[in-house]
Design a protein around this ligand. Structure first.
Ligand code: RET
Length: 267
């Protein structure tokens, strides 16, 4: 193996270390936010906060492991960071298993604030869970063949990535419908805030396939270091916006519409 190819500069190594730490520290901080603000809304909306708590715990653990995996995979050779002989390779695989929990949770969470109830809720829950999990599982298979890995195969990486994208498009169609349906029941600032979740969703969720595709840059001659560092930066921005910012927007919307319905937070 040509380990030269896998050299990371001090700056590159530290940026990834810092950004992964920022990621799990944000999840830990937001965990407290969701617990402490749970009672700011009517009981019918509280499942949204409960789901955010579940997502925070799972993301905290994953990002912590991800950072440990990063520091273990490389060793300082006096000038730069190189692959640590005998250590496990750095892998994004854990992320996918975390998404398997978080993706259905994030998609189901919004149904409570959008007040989609009864059989409609069950239908959306089923469609979201099945398509969300399929999207992740197919992407998980594909990431084993990522360009730059020892067993790279551009064909299989693109094949599974495209198959996964089919389910992603379906998720986007469904979420657009849910956000429009929910917003139609609201008015004033709550409606504006809730509607703003749609662009946030589109931007933050597209970052994941972009990070998946980033290694193809290496085929175009971009360095391993630049590719891997930008991939981790993109993932972290995506994680913070799709889980934390999204959850906070839902919590604030829920408290606004609760107040409108005469709910007063006591204590
Ligand atoms: C993959 C594979 C390549 C094609 C597509 C993908 C989409 C991933 C998405 C992930 C979202 C994750 C979230 C996690 C939050 O915890 C699997 C990278 C389309 C959209 C929101």
């Amino acid at each position: 193996m040509n380990t030269e190819l896998f050299t990371i500069s001090i700056e590159g190594f530290e940026i990834v270390n810092h950004i992964l730490t920022l990621g799990y520290a944000t999840m830990a901080a937001a965990l407290f936010f969701f617990i402490l603000t749970k009672k700011n809304c009517l009981p019918k909306y509280r499942m949204s906060s409960v789901i955010s708590v579940v997502v925070m715990v799972s993301a905290f653990l994953l990002l912590f492991i991800q950072k440990e995996s990063w520091t273990a995979a490389y060793a300082f050779n006096g000038a730069a960071y190189v692959l640590n002989p005998g250590a496990d390779l750095f892998t994004n695989g854990y992320r996918y298993l975390n998404w398997l929990i978080d993706v259905p949770m994030l998609l189901i969470q919004i149904l409570f604030v959008a007040e989609i109830v009864g059989s409609d809720r069950v239908r959306y829950m089923t469609r979201f869970s099945v398509s969300g999990c399929m999207m992740i599982l197919l992407g998980y298979i594909g990431q084993f063949y990522e360009p730059g890995r020892l067993n790279e195969s551009i064909f299989w990486w693109a094949f599974w990535g495209l198959a996964s994208t089919g389910f992603f498009i379906y998720v986007l169609i469904l979420i657009t419908r849910v956000i429009k349906e929910g917003a139609a029941k609201m008015d004033g600032p709550a409606q504006s805030l809730f509607s703003a979740i749609l662009p946030l969703f589109y931007i933050s969720w597209w970052l994941y396939p972009i990070a998946y595709a980033a290694p193809v840059l290496m085929e175009a001659g971009v360095s391993y270091q630049f590719t891997i560092v930008s991939q981790q930066v993109i993932y972290t921005i995506a994680d913070i916006s799709s889980k934390v910012v999204y959850g906070v927007m839902l919590t604030v919307t829920a408290s606004m519409i609760s107040e409108k319905q005469g709910y007063a937070v006591d204590g």
